[in-house]
Design a protein. Structure first.
Lengths: 404, 86
């Protein structure tokens, strides 16, 4: 299917459009800035402190045995960590540290749906899947996406949480996120995006359900899925019901969004209102199926994905047992394989949607964690990779923060 | 009354395997436990007042599945972790 050609704009044209909406340029991080790498796994969390000169200090495990779906540093203060945790036996909670993980406090009121009235579906949070710091101007705000599909907001740095009623109680919620369409580990809300120009402009995505947009701080929502294929339903281009795996907007060009979907890689210019399948330009023997997508923080046209095998019965492993990242530098028109240093054969891992990330250094550092518990990094924007750690539990999330 | 705490919840009780509790029902007991050990209740009981899937509560060695079950001061309440996978 060649849906993108009719919609393709030139790189120069896109850059021109991007400049119109581009916020003030951020100062560029140096090659030797310190990096904090936050790793959430099925059995606990680890922190890797990089000194900027190639040395890493390992701090962990934290909460050994806990299921850690996401561990995120607050970029506004650079010392507060929030962690989404649960265990096999216990209910979900949020842990907070204001000293980079030396001590932890539990949220007084973790995300929880309101008590169901008679006749209502009684929803209970199984786990918090995604954590996102609020807008820069909203210093204590955080958002959380849960399974089953729920959106929550904290206004006190993660200590107490309230449901975003406009989302959780939207009349279409049961149709947008029907329980029977849940992914194997339960439906999840993820990719909580905040327009850096406008704190009330939000995007969330659901697996399954699609991507949704609010321009009034979450009071109302609309589907934003035009052009995204659903090859697991009779209607292959419905208004909702898609399965975005990971969605990002570009911090310098917030009207440019990218997503790695169950059905390919897509790009959207918000003013156009529909997604274009840039994954059509990936090598056919690799395909454009995967979980994560990473955006270069200084170039809206540079993006990385980590393909997996989405053929036959969907192994979701590295295609052919040969893992590789793929990079585009022209908004998805062309892609380059980046596998130097990675196993050449018999490597059958998966990189989950929160498992691939970048820091802010120049050149950019890239990091990914695998379902087989390996942590890999590149200090040269993917030209070569080396293994940082092995034998960790299954890695669910990797988040990098650049510290100065 | 005596309340036996399983290992996953002892981070709330300062490592204690056994604590004193009070309440005329299981629900009251858990509310009082939460006052003494903040956060412990939500790890066991969800927001719809349901006992979480992999926890078991026994009163005098009889399993209870309802938070309205009455309690006496002489009862022993045992909280146990069930099987939850590998």
């Amino acid at each position: 299917m060649k849906r993108m050609n009719a919609d393709r704009t030139s790189r120069a044209g896109r850059r021109e459009a991007s400049r119109e909406t581009r916020p003030a340029r951020r100062s560029r991080a140096g090659a030797h800035d310190r990096v904090l790498l936050m790793v959430g796994t099925r059995k606990g969390a680890w922190l890797y402190h990089g000194d900027g000169h190639g040395h890493w200090r390992v701090d962990g495990p934290h909460f050994l045995g806990h299921i850690i779906n996401h561990l995120v540093l607050d970029p506004r203060d650079k010392h507060t960590l929030l962690m989404a945790a649960k265990t096999g036996h216990l209910g979900p909670t949020i842990f907070r540290s204001d000293d980079l993980g030396r001590t932890w406090q539990e949220a007084a009121e973790p995300p929880a749906f309101r008590k169901a009235a008679e006749g209502e579906t009684a929803r209970a949070v199984d786990h918090t899947f995604w954590l996102a710091p609020g807008h820069t101007d909203d210093a204590r705000a955080w958002y959380a996406g849960t399974s089953p599909c729920g959106l929550f907001r904290s206004e006190d740095g993660g200590a107490t949480w309230r449901g975003v009623d406009g989302f959780n109680n939207h009349p279409m919620h049961p149709k947008w996120f029907p329980p029977e369409d849940a992914t194997p580990d339960g439906s999840v809300i993820h990719s909580l995006l905040i327009d850096p120009r406008d704190a009330s402009h939000l995007y969330v995505s659901a697996s399954g359900g699609g991507t949704f947009e609010s321009t009034d701080a979450g009071a109302s929502w609309s589907p934003l899925n035009k052009g995204v294929e659903v090859n697991f339903q009779p209607d292959t281009y419905p208004e909702y019901g898609q399965d975005p795996h990971c969605v990002h907007l570009h911090p310098l060009a917030p009207d440019v969004l990218y997503q790695q979907n169950h059905c390919g890689i897509y790009r959207m210019e918000r003013s156009r209102g529909h997604w274009v399948r840039i994954g059509e330009n990936m090598p056919k023997d690799t395909g454009d199926i995967g979980f994560p997508i990473v955006l270069h923080p200084r170039d809206p046209d540079t993006v990385w994905v980590f393909p997996m095998d989405g053929t036959t019965v969907w192994p979701r492993t590295s295609p052919g047992g040969r893992p590789a990242a793929y990079r585009t530098r022209d908004g998805g028109q062309t892609w380059q394989r980046q596998d130097r240093g990675l196993p050449r054969e018999q490597a059958w891992y998966t990189v989950k949607r929160q498992g691939f990330t970048c820091d802010q250094r120049d050149p950019l550092g890239l990091y990914f964690g695998t379902t087989s518990g390996e942590l890999w990094m590149s200090t040269n924007e993917g030209k070569s990779w080396h293994q940082m750690a092995a034998h960790l539990p299954e890695i669910y999330s990797v988040v990098a923060a650049t510290l100065r | 009354m005596r309340v036996l705490i399983p290992t996953p919840l002892r981070s709330y009780t300062g490592g204690e395997a056994q604590v004193d509790g009070c309440g005329a029902t299981v629900a009251e007991l858990f509310a009082n436990l939460n006052a003494a050990f903040p956060g412990i209740r939500f790890r066991m009981i969800d927001e719809q007042e349901r006992i979480r899937q992999h926890l078991r509560i026994f009163v005098n060695r009889e399993q209870v599945r309802d938070l309205t079950v009455p309690l006496r001061p002489t009862d022993e309440v045992q909280i146990l972790q069930a099987l939850s996978g590998g």
